[in-house]
Ligand binder design. Structure first.
Ligand code: SF4
Length: 229
C-alpha cells in the first residue's frame, strides 16, 4: 500500500498537471534517451504527469555543479583533452545541439574535432562505472549525441568516450550504425510514451531500483494499482 505521504504527493502532482501532455513538444532531449534506457517510466512521470523528481541533496548538488566538475576535470593533465592522440585537435565545450530532422536536442560536454576532421563526443559522469564498463543508458546517451553531431556537422561519428570522474576512468565506445539505429527506434518509443500517455512497464529489477530517479514514491503507487511484477 502506498503511504499517506505518497498519496498526498501524488494528488498534489495530479492537481498541478497541465491539461495537455508534451505532445506539442517537438524535440526529445538526450537526457530523455538516457532515461528511456534506464527506465522508461521516468519519461511517463516527467512528461505525462509532469512530476518533479524528489532527488537527494547530493544528487541535486551534482546536477547543478556538473559544468563546474567537468571544467575542473579538464584541467587535469591526464584528461583526454590533453591526450597525445589529440594534439592539435579542436576542443568544443558544452556544445548545444539540436536537429528537427531527428527530433532531438542536447548539450554535449565536449566534442573533440581531430586534425583529420573526426568528431568525437565525450561525456562526463560524476559516478562510478559498471565495473569498468559503461552503463547501458550512458552508452545510448553517447550514441544520441553522436546522432546529433552527425546531423549538425554533416559527419559520421564512429567513437566516443565516457569519463567516470570519481574513478578517473575513461571508457572508449565504438558507435556503430546498429547502435545509432537502436537510438532512433528508441526516439519513436519515447514519442509514443508521451503521446499515448500509457504507463510503461518497469525496466529495472526491483532489487536494482533504488529510486534514485526521484519517482519512487509515485512508482510504488503504480505497483499497487497496476499489479506489475
Ligand atoms: S522508481 Fe524504479 S521503476 Fe519506478 S521510475 Fe524510478 S527507476 Fe523506474
Amino acid at each position: 500500500m502506498v503511504s499517506r505521504k505518497g498519496m498526498r504527493w501524488l494528488r498534489s502532482i495530479e492537481s498541478r498537471r497541465p491539461p495537455t501532455s508534451d505532445v506539442a513538444e517537438p524535440l526529445i532531449s538526450v537526457t530523455d534517451v538516457k532515461h528511456y534506457f534506464y527506465c522508461p517510466r521516468i519519461l511517463y512521470f516527467e512528461h505525462v504527469l509532469h512530476a518533479k523528481p524528489q532527488l537527494g541533496s547530493q544528487q541535486e548538488e551534482s546536477r547543478k555543479r556538473h559544468e563546474e566538475y567537468v571544467r575542473k576535470e579538464l584541467r587535469r593533465m591526464d584528461a583526454i583533452y590533453y591526450s597525445s592522440d589529440f594534439v592539435g585537435a579542436e576542443k568544443m565545450l558544452f556544445v548545444p545541439l539540436c536537429s528537427s530532422n531527428i527530433g532531438l536536442k542536447g548539450i554535449v560536454d565536449l566534442i573533440i574535432k581531430t586534425r583529420s576532421d573526426e568528431y568525437i563526443p565525450v561525456d562526463y559522469k560524476n559516478m562510478v562505472s559498471n565495473r569498468g564498463r559503461a552503463w547501458t543508458d550512458h552508452k545510448y546517451q553517447l550514441a544520441a549525441y553522436a546522432l546529433l553531431i552527425d546531423e549538425v556537422f554533416n559527419t559520421t561519428v564512429k567513437r566516443g568516450f565516457i569519463n567516470y570522474m570519481p574513478e578517473k576512468l575513461i571508457v572508449k565506445l565504438e558507435i556503430t550504425r546498429t547502435v545509432k539505429t537502436h537510438v532512433k527506434r528508441a526516439l519513436g518509443h519515447i514519442k509514443r510514451i508521451i503521446q499515448e500517455e500509457k504507463l510503461p512497464p518497469i525496466r529495472v529489477s526491483r532489487q536494482k531500483c533504488t529510486g534514485g530517479c526521484g519517482y519512487k514514491q509515485i512508482c510504488q503507487y503504480d505497483y499497487t494499482h497496476y499489479s506489475l511484477t
